[in-house]
Design a binder for this molecule. Structure first.
Ligand code: HEM
Length: 314
């Protein structure tokens, strides 16, 4: 069982993860995008005296890189998310009117979740590297600086659970969001919650032999898998849930991690006014002028009562 859960399943999961991701990326990369279809939230660059919006409507690659970086690092479009509500003022004869107002909780939940996940993954590199890179040790001491418990409590672990809890409750509590939520929305949240909870249990409550875990992890990365004695079963549960996540990843909405870079409404400069874009697959087509066409079909057109440029007698 330990060989199955400690070696076979993790390797298989990693294989499915890598092959799946490469397959989907190649498929996306080969999809033709013959025309520029950027989202145009601001004024496109045009005549010099008309003010254009460089970030919302970038006209060159640097602008695209800037817009992309803000999206990927700060979730800018989610930050600008608005809430729409029908409001009726008290004692107002009006039936109510639509108001739009700021809604930042989803953005906050998402950003806390993603950054704590990234921090935890980076910290976990200590299991898979020897010597451990300096930034991993540094991150560990910053993350655990509170020192309110032994072992030091990592803030990222708690932040991850809190953010996941919020993201899950949001789908369950709000009837509108519950209505549009599918199994594919709940499953990754619950799965990552399971990974986080087993991790926290393992670190603070059900202690496992960390030296043995490192031995197992190093065995996996150096392709000399070993199963050291006496790692608690909670570790194998943690690892199995991580393996499940790896297998699920390429076939799920989690692929937005790669997909955001392929989003053609975001990754294209909007220079439609400055540059003429010709469809690269356009093949030479024999064209007719109108009069040549009329020459070919004059009789038929006359018979059908259609107006002619030149009549048959001419
Ligand atoms: C998606 C990937 C993973 C996530 C999100 C994750 C999450 C967590 C979390 C939240 C903790 C609690 C303590 C902390 O904040 O660091 C933890 C602990 C732990 N994880 Fe993971 N984990 C992942 C992958 C792995 C893998 C692949 C291993 C295999 C070596 C592993 C082994 C451990 C161990 C041994 C602990 C206990 C650490 C200690 O006692 O210091 N985790 N994990």
């Amino acid at each position: 069982m330990e060989i199955l859960f400690g070696t076979f399943i993790p390797y298989l999961a990693l294989l499915v993860f890598l092959v799946g991701i490469v397959y989907r990326i190649i498929k996306w990369a080969r999809t033709p995008v013959p025309y520029r279809i950027p989202t145009t939230a601001g004024q496109q660059k045009t005549l010099p005296w008309i003010k254009s919006d460089y970030l919302d409507n970038p006209h060159n690659t640097w602008g695209v890189i800037g817009r992309m970086a803000l999206e990927v690092l700060f979730f800018r479009s989610l930050f600008r998310n608005l809430k729409t509500e029908l409001r009726v003022a008290p004692k107002s004869p009006e039936k109510g009117r639509i108001v739009y107002w700021s809604s930042k909780w989803l953005w906050l939940g998402a950003i806390v979740f993603h950054y704590s996940f990234l921090t935890i993954l980076t910290r976990h590199l200590k299991f898979f590297t020897e010597p451990v890179p300096f930034f991993v040790t540094m991150l560990e001491s910053v993350d655990g600086f509170l020192e309110i418990y032994v072992p030091a409590v990592y803030m990222s672990g708690l932040a991850l659970l809190l953010a996941l809890g919020y993201l899950l409750l949001r789908r369950i509590v709000d009837s509108k969001i519950r209505y549009i939520s599918l199994a594919s929305d709940y499953f990754p949240l619950l799965l990552i919650l399971g990974i986080g909870i087993t991790g926290v249990l393992m670190r603070y409550f059900l202690k496992v032999d960390i030296i043995a875990v490192k031995e197992l992890a190093m065995g996996l990365v150096t392709l000399h898998p070993t199963i050291p004695e006496g790692i608690g079963s909670i570790f194998y549960i943690h690892l199995f849930l991580v393996s499940t996540l790896l297998v699920y990843f390429p076939f799920s909405k989690l692929m937005h991690m790669a997909g955001v870079f392929f989003s053609m409404t975001r990754n294209m400069a909007n220079n439609n006014r400055a540059v003429r874009h010709v469809n690269p697959w356009e093949y030479p087509v024999k064209v007719f002028s109108y009069i040549e066409q009329e020459d070919m079909f004059r009789k038929q057109m006359k018979k059908a009562g259609m107006p002619l440029e030149r009549d048959i007698e001419e």
